[in-house]
Design a protein around this ligand. Structure first.
Ligand code: 13P
Length: 338
């Protein structure tokens, strides 16, 4: 196993106050976002959209790596270059989403488990040959009446650990993403309690499967109240709770934590990340970074709208959000910079 190479990649993914750009939406998710804007849900439009993203000038100043979708790595830019080659040429490390999405967990209404372990070894070998350096697997935990159950948490944690071990066998850095969803009216305290339990079980499973912690990145949710909760804590309270939860659960050997945005507004996701780094950066054992999808892309997607003529403006919006999140990694973001 190439532990040294993977450890270097993991470190590089969270180095220099840069972060990850998640552009790995599955067919269903990407099409849903296109449908909202009336953009045709076709392979050509998905390719054009992602070409707009990767050709954004200066993106590499704040983005260290980009997570792609299987369709995208087989597509080409208008000039014939592959997405992997384009990113690598800009010094952005290319990665790939490898999970197969979620299905209902048998016997547990309202809960999901992520699928995709079958044939994963062979797929990872192919991805490594194509030049991809890291992979992502997302598990989803829902908070609700009587859920999550221990069955759901353990099933998802076990799958995450088996995926991570397979990644490292193939030389790819695993991005381990257990997402506790924001949907619902639960409190911040409930999100804390569930996330703490989930992360403990995930790291126990990673240990059981022999995953090298120095050669992985954790991609968790922030500790936030449910979207429908009447009490919405301040940015500082979210930052404090999130750091407290992670200090209790994430071993210091992990080089970096790269948050998902999970449906927070772009501004809020950036402000919360900033508050964590502003208040705690020098005291934390790991880098505290971002791996945002919506919180980086949304403004750019709205402007692009499927029109070639909107590309320069959309790229400006993407560059701006990426720059603001890099500032948040240094604790230097302010609302005035919006
Ligand atoms: P969001 O930041 O939009 O939650 O996406 C991150 C991601 O990669 C989810 O798997």
């Amino acid at each position: 196993m190439n532990v040294k190479g993977m450890t270097e990649t993991a470190k590089a993914l969270v180095a220099n106050n840069k972060g990850l750009l998640a552009m790995d939406e599955s067919f269903g998710t990407c099409n849903k976002r296109f449908a909202r804007l009336g953009i045709p849900e076709t392979a050509d439009f998905r390719c054009a959209y992602r070409e707009m993203i990767v050709t954004t000038e200066g993106l590499n100043k704040s983005i260290s790596g980009a997570i792609l979708f299987d369709e995208t790595i087989r597509q080409h830019l208008k000039d014939g270059t592959s997405f992997i080659k384009t990113l690598t040429g800009k010094g952005i490390i290319p990665g790939i989403k490898v999970d197969g999405g979620t299905i209902e967990l048998a016997g547990h209404p309202g809960e999901k488990v992520t699928q995709g372990l079958d044939n994963l070894r062979d797929r990872l070998i192919e991805y490594a040959k194509m030049g991809l350096k890291f992979a992502k697997w997302r598990a989803v935990i829902t908070i609700g009446e009587g859920i999550p159950t221990i069955a759901c948490i353990e099933a998802n944690a076990h799958a995450l650990a088996r995926y991570a071990a397979l990644c490292q066998e193939a030389g790819l850095v695993p991005i381990v993403e257990p997402e506790v969803l924001m949907d619902g009216d639960h409190s911040l305290a409930r999100c804390f309690e569930v996330t703490e339990q989930v992360l403990h079980i995930v790291f126990a499973q990673l240990y059981s499967q022999g995953v090298v912690l120095e050669a992985m990145i954790l991609k968790p949710n922030m500790i936030v109240p449910g979207l429908d909760c009447k009490i919405q804590e301040t940015v500082e309270e979210v930052a404090d709770a999130t750091v407290k939860c992670l200090l209790r659960t994430v071993p210091a050997a992990v080089p970096g934590i790269a948050f998902l945005s999970g449906g927070q507004s772009s501004e809020l996701a950036t402000a919360r990340l900033n508050a964590m780094n502003l208040r705690f950066k020098s005291k934390l054992p790991w880098e505290v970074s971002f791996s945002f999808g919506r919180a980086l892309q949304e403004p750019a997607l709205d402007i692009w709208h499927g029109e070639e003529s909107n590309v320069p403006k959309a790229q400006k919006a993407l560059f701006h959000r990426a720059t603001l999140n890099a500032a948040a990694r240094r604790g230097e973001y302010t609302a005035e910079k919006e």
